[in-house]
Write a protein of this length. Structure first.
Ligand code: ADP
Length: 543
């Protein structure tokens, strides 16, 4: 027997309409490319989003069209998220850190009709213009006074909005209508597109809102350092207005000093981003000898947060929530917030829990399987490939049947490519990406485990462990370290530290000191580039 309830389609624009009515003064503060700090709120944003929807219509954008953005975190980018999806088109966020080749590929693959760009990225587009489809229009996200000279024949964002009515007759869309498109960064092969729907976006936002209650509520100021141009800034453009939390957008200056200053000025409470960003902030905090005003929470993910980083924040009174997810998951899968009873445990026990990737958010299911696809127990011991299922997880890739078929298993779960264990309480521990695990003599070594320990050495600023081919053992670990300025970490000391946590056979065979580690387009250490850099590396016992 079926229930007898109305079925109203879930729709993205309803989030902002709700925020405009329920939290009209919820703040949206942005560092602008124009150089100043811009302040608005949810009520005024909703009105401008109405104007923008009219402007999109005037540009000839139809339902289903892909409209791209190439922009920092700021209020205009936020407006585009709502106006594009709300009018039935698809908001395709482009990561400006992609290579020219990848960017050209995804604009063509997505079939974008218009690209909205910050002034910063105009030169990139000018360089690519000849390879991009004819007929593609460009809009520069600024006012007339700040329009740069350009060869794009570009329109001006503020001029498009000027004089448009603030109310728009939002269409009633099927909730399965495509709303957003984000490509994985494609470290191997071409990027693949995750095509989000209105329904998946709302259910993900609800899942986050009911789980991450520390900050997703009215009165909290959240700073997404995680970009709007990749993985939907971890869903914050939706979950923050839904819950009345304010948004502080940092623009393009993401170094520790700039973030500290902005957080201090605006009273950011909760900051969301990848570990590399928080390393910069921690350095600035050490320099200033204090935390920014009002700062009390970090949500960290995208790659494993080193335990030493978590402990540093926690001992200074900042709650750390270690989250895990991926583009294909909208993107949040797990969060590291502790239950009240867990908060009464010893500091060490709490840090043990916080160093894991945490527990699933509402609406995400997890399973680990062995190489034959057989489910493994959630006992904290068994390790296997992690598969996920839920309403915010892709069922396939946009216009890519081959990749789609490979992504989903016979039971309909999505294979993450991560290797993990899950304990009895549901805490997930990511051991590695499958392709980053080091296979030594038939045993596996987790690069994340080694990095975690090495990062706690006082002379180490950052590090990565990669596999190097070995004639006898197949692969052996090579440790690549960026020293703290003026320091020269010694391998013997680091080995001694590692031996407190790992078996002797897992110790790296060699250590190399470098000035910097290569980063991917999403700000993570690029192990692929490092492996290429050290291809053919001769380990000491290979002479
Ligand atoms: P890409 O970096 O290729 O663009 P995503 O941003 O979607 O892709 O990254 C997803 C991957 O990042 C996950 O599959 C996982 O390997 C890694 N990852 C994300 N968060 C964490 C975390 N907290 N700990 C360890 N790995 C993480």
């Amino acid at each position: 027997m079926l229930g007898m309830m109305m079925h109203r389609p879930l729709s993205i624009i309803e989030i902002l309409r709700f925020a405009a009515q329920s939290y009209p003064k919820g703040e949206v503060i942005s560092v602008r490319t124009e150089g100043d700090l811009h302040r608005t709120n949810y009520a005024d944003t909703f009105a401008r989003v109405g104007q923008l929807a009219h402007a999109l219509q005037a540009l000839g954008i139809n339902p289903g069209d892909r409209v791209a953005t190439l922009a920092w975190n700021g209020y205009r980018h936020f407006e585009l998220y709502y106006a594009i999806s709300g009018s039935g088109a698809v908001c395709h966020t482009i990561n400006p850190r992609l290579s020219a080749e990848q960017m050209t590929y995804i604009v063509q693959h997505a079939g974008d009709r218009v690209i909205f760009t910050d002034t910063t990225f105009v030169p990139i587009l000018e360089g690519l213009k000849d390879q991009l489809p004819a007929g593609l229009r460009f809009v520069i996200m600024t006012d007339r006074a700040h329009m740069p000279d350009n060869t794009l024949d570009a329109l001006c964002y503020e001029e498009l909005l000027d004089g448009q009515p603030t109310s728009f007759d939002w269409p009633e869309l099927d909730e399965n209508t495509a709303a957003g498109l984000c490509y994985t960064s494609g470290t191997t092969g071409n990027p693949k597109g995750a095509l989000y729907s209105h329904r998946s976006t709302l259910l993900h936002a609800f899942g986050c809102a009911v789980t991450v209650q520390t900050c997703l509520r009215e009165g909290v100021r959240i700073m997404p350092v995680v970009p709007l141009f990749h993985v939907n800034a971890w869903g914050l453009p939706y979950s923050a207005p839904l819950t009345g939390a304010s948004l502080i957008f940092p623009g393009g200056a993401l170094d520790g000093a700039s973030l500290f200053k902005l957080m201090d000025e605006t009273g950011v409470n909760s900051s969301w981003g990848v570990p590399t960003v928080w390393q910069g902030l921690l350095d600035e905090i050490a320099k200033q000898g204090r935390n920014p005003n009002g700062f009390n929470e970090v949500i960290v993910g995208g790659s494993a947060a080193p335990r030493s980083m978590i402990e540093k924040f926690e001992t200074s009174g900042v709650n750390v929530c270690h989250a895990w997810g991926m583009t294909e998951m909208s993107p949040i899968g797990t969060h590291g917030l502790l239950n009240e009873d867990m908060k009464t445990r010893s500091f060490k026990d709490q840090m043990d829990l916080k160093s894991t990737q945490g527990r699933r958010i509402m609406g995400v299911e997890l399973k680990i399987v062995d190489e034959n696809g057989a489910r493994q127990p959630h006992d904290g011991q068994a390790v296997g490939e992690l598969y996920v299922r839920g309403n915010g997880i892709i069922s396939g890739y946009f216009n890519n049947p081959e990749a789609s078929a490979a992504a989903i298993d016979a039971e309909g779960w999505f294979g993450t490519g991560d290797i993990a264990s899950i304990n009895e309480d549901g805490f997930l521990l990511i051991q590695d990406r499958a392709k980053d695990l080091i296979k030594s003599g038939g045993e596996w070594i987790s690069s994340i485990d080694l990095e975690n320990v090495v990062m706690s050495h006082p002379d180490v600023a950052s590090c990565a462990v990669i596999a190097v081919a070995h004639p006898k053992w197949d692969e052996r670990p090579l440790l690549v370290v960026v020293p703290v300025p003026g320091k020269t970490p010694q391998k013997a000391e680091i080995d001694a530290l590692l031996l407190q946590h790992v078996a002797k056979w897992q110790l790296p065979d060699a250590m190399e000191l470098v000035d910097a580690l290569p980063l991917t387009a999403t700000g993570k250490v690029s192990k692929l580039t490092l492996r290429q850099q050290f291809a053919g590396y001769k380990l000491p016992d290979m002479d």
